[in-house]
Design a protein. Structure first.
Length: 417
């Protein structure tokens, strides 16, 4: 996590450290659930949410296979819609992050952002051809059958899972995102060159048409997209198993009740404050930079933010509505808090409802008035009001020298104070 959030995270952890002993102290009331049952609910919801993410990713893979076989505007649109649907359950899994090292060491392969897309495929001239912080900034593996990685020549003539794995965070640079949802997103939409004006990425379906190829290397692009999607399936299948009854990720939470509660609160606090409110929302609002929108190629950021809040609520209330409409629920953290302090539980529930309502308003605005990248632009004062408190007024803004959702090294010098 960037240094600017260290103090914020430390503050949250201090709060969590105070909350967990409160839950632990004293005899529980007769109606209060056992901590082990709360942890079981947490594990069951995690397994179901990752399981739904896997199921939706399988549908995404099927639509991508159809796109590759029969590239057209219609099949590309279907693949894009399948990607959006795949994001719905996955974003709700983010409430299980941060407090569990098994997930934290895995998550980067699946949801890293933002990315230096020139590593993967062609980009606009404004992107540039090099970056002193990243020697793979414009490597373009789709166009090049040999690459230099760590001083060694790598045979990239065949696009394989192993090749893509080797490119991910190549050279120790986090912006070298070769796999996961956002690599797939870029390959479906292409760059969003609209800045904070209307419009998302607009990659043509003919980028995958071997008979009427646009932008070159359609055969290699048509190999990369399904292969990177297969990697996503592998990763989600692995994590779903890790969250199962015998999985290590579930065991990490359940083997010690007090540590399990600490893990839950660490995940909720870190996602809600440092990650979502800070990294994903406040920073973009401060510097008005479309690079800071999470799903920047597709203009789907509003839905991703909403999913994070739903996931936080799921964990606290101990209830998850699956994609088929069924519900996984049980004794919850809320029940434990209510037993010790009904007032605190009521305040948390009210805050969750209020936040979810504000996120719903954000979604409605994005779908009817302007997308998220427009909202964080300098001209969108109405959107700034919707983000009230997210950034200081009169902040000196450093504009980028390039348009749209493109990368130019790791610009992370802005302090959030």
């Amino acid at each position: 996590m960037p240094k600017r959030f260290t103090a914020q995270l430390r503050s949250f952890l201090a709060t969590a450290a105070a909350v967990v002993p409160l839950l632990w102290a004293g005899a529980a009331a007769a109606e209060a659930p056992a901590v082990k049952d709360v942890l079981k609910t947490y594990g069951d919801i995690a397994e179901a949410t990752y399981g739904d993410s896997l199921a939706e990713a399988r549908k995404l893979k099927a639509s991508i296979d159809t796109l590759i076989t029969s590239p057209s505007d219609a099949t590309l649109a279907d693949a894009r819609e399948a990607w959006r649907k795949a994001r719905v359950p996955y974003m709700q899994t983010e409430a299980f992050r941060f407090g569990n090292p098994i997930i934290d060491s895995w998550e980067g392969r699946v949801n890293s952002w933002p990315l230096d897309e020139g590593l993967i495929d062609y980009v606009a001239d404004a992107y540039g051809t090099d970056n002193p912080e990243n020697e793979y900034y414009a490597a373009n593996v789709i166009a090049n059958k040999t690459l230099k990685i760590a001083g060694k020549t790598v045979d990239a003539s065949t696009i394989t899972k192993d090749l893509i794995r080797s490119l991910h965070e190549a050279g120790g640079v986090e912006a070298n995102v070769a796999s996961g949802y956002h690599a797939i997103e870029f390959l479906l939409w292409g760059q969003d060159l609209n800045g904070t004006e209307p419009g998302a990425g607009d990659r043509p379906a003919t980028d995958y048409d071997l008979k009427a190829c646009t932008n070159g290397n359609c055969d290699r692009r048509a190999a990369y997209l399904p292969t990177v999607t297969d990697l996503l399936l592998d990763d989600l299948a692995w994590m779903t198993k890790q969250r199962g009854p015998e999985g290590d990720a579930r065991g990490f939470v359940q083997r010690d009740e007090k540590a399990g509660l600490t893990s839950i609160f660490t995940g909720l606090g870190s996602l809600s404050y440092g990650e979502l409110a800070g990294e994903r929302m406040k920073l973009g609002l401060m510097i008005h930079d479309p690079e800071e929108e999470h799903d920047c190629f597709s203009d789907n950021t509003h839905n991703s933010h909403y999913g994070d809040v739903v996931g936080i609520r799921n964990v606290y209330l101990g209830s998850y509505t699956r994609t088929d409409g069924s519900v996984v629920s049980g004794p919850s953290v809320s029940d434990l808090v209510k037993d010790k302090s009904p007032e605190t539980d009521a305040q948390v529930r009210a805050a969750l409802d209020k936040t979810l309502g504000k996120m719903q308003a954000l979604v409605e605005r994005a779908e009817t008035v302007e997308h998220y990248d427009q909202m964080i632009g300098l001209a969108s004062q109405g959107a700034r009001a919707r983000h009230r408190g997210a950034g200081p007024q009169g902040h000196q803004v450093r504009r980028l020298g390039q348009p749209g959702c493109t990368r130019q090294g790791r610009r992370r010098e802005v302090e959030l104070s």
